[in-house]
Design a protein around this ligand. Structure first.
Ligand SMILES: *[C@@H]1O[C@H](CO)[C@@H](O)[C@H](O)[C@H]1NC(C)=O
Length: 336
């Protein structure tokens, strides 16, 4: 059976539907009206999307609590947000692999500001590497640690933030990924934690709706975002990502901030790439999906599936991450 034509037609129509019907963006003034003096807790704020969120929120007059592992990096971000006009900024150095301790960042926020309006649960351990190529990744303790950071601590934060958010009629945003919707080549552990995140938080959305809670919850379905660190790593690996598949960190953060106000169940960015990935997974037979993805992501110039080459590729990226002091994960070579 030739499934290609209907697949392509369906892909085109789905893409057109979403591209042609975007929600109208909010103006800067509208954002400031909503965000002025709101207390926002950003977890994973020392780099990437979290850092950019801090800068944009500072510009709209929000009060910020910034959490990440590395205090030095947090201090740099704090300096940046103060320059942008933020007057109330606090930082907490915390490692979310301590699940039980996670609620401490909420308690501290309440102690400082007396309320919480927005929880931005954005921290994640990434670790772009093949599961089979790196034996330390197959250790149960390592896998469990990544689950603690990427999933269990988010649940703990939601549980402890909820009473405060009910009081403020607030909102929570969880940064998930298209890796929460379909498999992602060379990211199996990350991918499984994001699937867990989607499963848990989409179900929690239903419970919040069922009990008519004033608290809403958005799941960020995010594709590849060219953050400062990641784009250097990808460039150093010799990879090029097409523009349509690459998200801009500023646009991504802006979309997330708008979602605190419009409160959709899902915020998808970059739209076309994530929709195509999602559609491919549901439309293509599984084996064709896998083959297509391997072909897209194998190192340029290799023959066959290029698995060995891909491992060398990953090692190059790890060297760069180390130099950048980019703490993307918890492995022995994750830039610490
Ligand atoms: C935060 O406060 C809650 C409610 O009082 C408490 O149950 C929890 O143990 C506290 N978290 C930490 C890490 O101390």
């Amino acid at each position: 059976m030739n499934y290609k034509v209907p697949c392509i037609l369906l892909l085109i129509s789905v893409s057109l539907y979403y591209l042609l019907s975007p929600a109208p963006p909010l103006s800067d003034e509208q954002l400031t009206t909503h965000l002025k003096d709101k207390v926002v807790l950003i977890c994973g704020a020392s780099s990437g999307i979290g850092e950019e969120l801090a800068y944009q929120l500072a510009g709209h007059g929000a009060k910020l609590v910034l959490v990440a592992r590395n205090q030095d990096k947090l201090d740099v971000v704090k300096e940046g947000v103060v320059k942008l006009g933020a007057t109330d900024v606090q930082t907490i150095s915390f490692d979310f692999s301590d699940v039980k301790g996670s609620s401490g960042v909420i308690n501290q926020t309440i102690a400082w500001f007396g309320k919480l309006d927005y929880l931005v649960s954005n921290h994640a351990a990434m670790g772009n590497s093949a599961f089979l190529g790196f034996p330390y990744r197959q250790e149960p303790d390592f896998i469990e640690k990544i689950f603690r950071v990427n999933l269990f601590s988010h649940i703990e934060l939601a549980v402890h933030a909820l009473p405060h958010l009910e009081a403020s009629k607030g909102h929570m945003l969880f940064t998930s990924s298209m890796a929460g919707e379909a498999p992602l080549y060379r990211m199996s552990i990350y991918c499984s934690t994001k699937h867990g995140m989607n499963g848990f938080f989409y179900s929690l959305q239903q419970e919040l709706m069922a009990r008519e809670s004033p608290v809403s919850l958005t799941i960020g379905s995010v594709g590849y975002i060219a953050t400062k660190d990641l784009s250097q790593i990808v460039a150093g690996e010799g990879m090029t990502t097409p523009a349509w598949a690459t998200g801009d960190v500023k646009e991504c953060a802006r979309g997330m901030i708008e979602s605190y106000i419009t409160r959709p169940p899902t915020m998808t960015y970059p739209k076309l790439y994530v929709y195509v990935h999602r559609a491919m997974w549901y439309i293509l037979p599984v084996s064709s999906f896998h083959k297509t993805i391997i072909q897209i992501f194998k190192p340029p110039g290799t023959v066959g599936t290029g698995y060995q080459e891909a491992l060398e590729f990953v090692n190059k990226g790890r060297e760069i991450a180390k130099k950048l002091n980019f703490q993307q994960g918890y492995g022995p070579d994750d830039g610490k």
